[in-house]
Design a protein around this ligand. Structure first.
Ligand code: NOJ
Length: 564
């Protein structure tokens, strides 16, 4: 049966995902750091917003050197965030609201403080030695790294350990040693960790840098590449083509094994979404081969970071969407992500323009695929501009020695932020000095971003024309309009609509048409079918709809249901 005639897709394909960075969402314990009880206290807000699934960046035990992406116990909760019973309550409270829970799974590495690594580094014959990747240095003398491999964040990826006169491998930062997945014990332990959380009711996982699980076993040198920084489709960087360190062929088999683990669980079906920087074709390989009409045998989805820097321009958007549709036809499912805890917030790239942000939201919530909304995106929180010198982010710290002119040069395009603190500032709940994130006597772990006096939940809830109200309406519309969450997708040719981007979502007899005007011009759409019903407009005043012609204001988007 064609997708256009089916009314029921698996839940995760229809869902909308909201990412919470727990440290920055809501503090109830009074230490200036967000916590699990804080999240629970705002679940009604999220339900009311209309998001259906919540993904949490890690709150597991961790020295917090990379704020939770350096884990020292995968089956416990860091005390600053709460307890295991808080975590169980969180899962329960989310399920009580008929919403879903996604945890962040950092399989690639542990903290250097993880007891496994402490054991592993203690001696060459420790039973945990082979849980990590240890090698001799280059001969003679062994005081040079085993080969030329660079870390993802730049600099050498091998680190010398005096105690045993060997080097260990770390894809990310030196305090995040890579686990050795060629050791079956490691795989078994981590798959059991996955089962541990599935047993607690977790509905899916976001997989941290899942394209770096395996490296070349023969340790061949990566070839040279004339490229300094990675881009969304291509991780060549720091003058290296990373053919032996990322997207190794063994990764593709690994994700299939992982998929088999989550498939042990049903009712509800669970899902996996992978964090991967690669071309669309490589991303598709991670999703595997078609297994049945609903899914493939690899990852359910990958992030397509290609959207991060796409301009609000009809040609660029059309090209991007066409590529998604070409590479990820059903049952493959694209994702729509514009911001996250590593990136410059989208609205900052849009010049903090609310109309553009609304248009962007309309695209994100009506194109085919699963949208991922980053906390605060719905109220237009923008990137802070905190100095690199005082960065708490370990990547920012790594580059804090850079002279200002170089920082300016690197960040000039607006799409690279060397200091990830800037996109991780506390959630803005109200206009009080600490934005309602923590009490006023407490110092929040990061400063509040400027503009919170009006860019906050309380303020925007009382304004029907706010960005928050726009998100709410779109989320509600998507939920209650089957064609929008489950319909087939049809891009309308550019010769019909020139500066506009237009597409239809169709499910059975329901036809929904979306028009987006990503330009600063007033654009007429003639030929609006007389019987069309306006479902939503990003600009409240729709008096410009006259007879069968609609004049779209600059950066206005509209959604119509077309009666056949
Ligand atoms: C990718 C995560 O998104 C990032 O925040 C983290 O620092 C690295 N992986 C290391 O886990």
């Amino acid at each position: 049966m064609s997708k256009a005639n089916r009314s029921s897709l698996p839940w995760w394909k229809k869902s909308t995902v909201y990412q919470i960075y727990p440290r920055s969402f809501k503090d109830t314990s009074g230490n200036g750091v967000g916590d699990i009880l804080g999240i629970i206290s705002e679940l009604d807000y999220l339900q009311n917003l209309g998001v259906e699934t919540i993904w949490f960046s890690p709150f597991f035990s961790s020295p917090q050197a990379d704020f939770g992406y350096d884990i020292s116990d995968f089956r416990n909760i860091a005390p600053e965030y709460g307890t295991m019973s808080d975590c169980e309550k969180l899962i329960q409270e989310i399920h009580n609201r008929e919403m879903y829970v996604v945890f962040d799974l950092v399989l690639n590495h542990t903290s250097e403080k993880h007891p496994w690594f402490l054991e592993s580094r203690s001696s060459k014959d420790n039973p945990k030695r082979n849980w990590y990747i240890w090698r001799d240095g280059k001969k003679p003398g062994g005081k040079k790294p085993p080969n030329n491999w660079k870390a993802m964040v730049g600099g050498p990826g091998w680190h010398y350990d005096k105690q045993t006169d060997q080097w260990y491998w770390a894809q990310f930062l030196p305090f995040q040693p890579d686990l050795n997945y060629r050791n079956p014990e490691v795989k078994q332990e981590m798959f059991d960790t996955v089962r541990f959380w599935l047993d607690k009711g977790v509905d899916g996982f976001r997989l941290d840098i899942i394209n770096t699980m395996f490296e070349d076993a023969a340790l061949r040198n990566n070839p040279f590449a004339l490229k300094m920084f990675p881009s969304e489709s291509d991780d060549k960087s720091f003058f290296q083509n990373k053919i032996y360190t990322t997207n190794h062929p063994d990764n593709f088999d690994f994700v299939k094994e992982l998929k088999n683990v989550i498939d042990e669980y049903s009712d509800p079906e669970r899902f996996l979404v992978g964090e991967i920087t690669a071309s669309l074709e490589v991303l598709k390989k991670y999703c595997g081969d078609i297994r049945n009409e609903d899914e493939t045998d690899g990852l359910n989805m990958t992030f397509q970071f290609q959207s991060l820097d796409v301009k609000l321009d009809s040609e660029q958007l059309r090209r991007l969407i066409s590529r998604y549709e070409q590479v990820f036809p059903e049952p493959y499912t694209p994702t729509w992500v514009f911001s996250n805890h590593d990136q410059v917030r989208r609205i900052t790239k849009l010049g903090n323009n609310q109309d553009k942000a609304k248009l962007n939201a309309m695209l994100q919530l009506t194109a085919r695929g699963v949208p991922f909304i980053y906390y605060g995106e719905e109220i237009g929180m923008s990137n802070h501009r905190l100095p690199l010198k005082t960065a708490l982010d370990p990547v920012g710290q790594k580059y804090s020695w850079l002279p200002q002119f170089l920082v300016n040069l690197i960040t000039r395009s607006g799409s690279i932020s060397l200091n990830r603190d800037n996109c991780r500032t506390p959630m803005q709940w109200n206009s009080s000095p600490n934005a309602g994130f923590c009490s006023e006597e407490v110092k929040s772990w990061l400063p509040i971003s400027p503009g919170h006096e009006t860019l906050n939940v309380d303020f925007e809830e009382s304004d029907s024309t706010s960005l928050l109200s726009c998100y709410k309406s779109l989320l509600q519309l998507r939920k209650t309009t089957p064609a929008l969450h489950s319909g087939s997708f049809h891009l309308l040719p550019s010769f019909l609509f020139g500066n506009l981007l237009s597409y239809q979502r169709i499910l059975k007899k329901q036809v929904v048409q979306i028009w987006l005007n990503p330009s600063k011009k007033l654009v007429p759409i003639r030929e609006i079918v007389p019987k069309s019903r306006l479902l939503f407009s990003t600009i409240a005043d729709t008096s410009s709809i006259k007879d069968t012609t609609l004049f779209l204001e600059p950066y206005q988007g509209v959604i119509f249901e077309i009666s056949k």
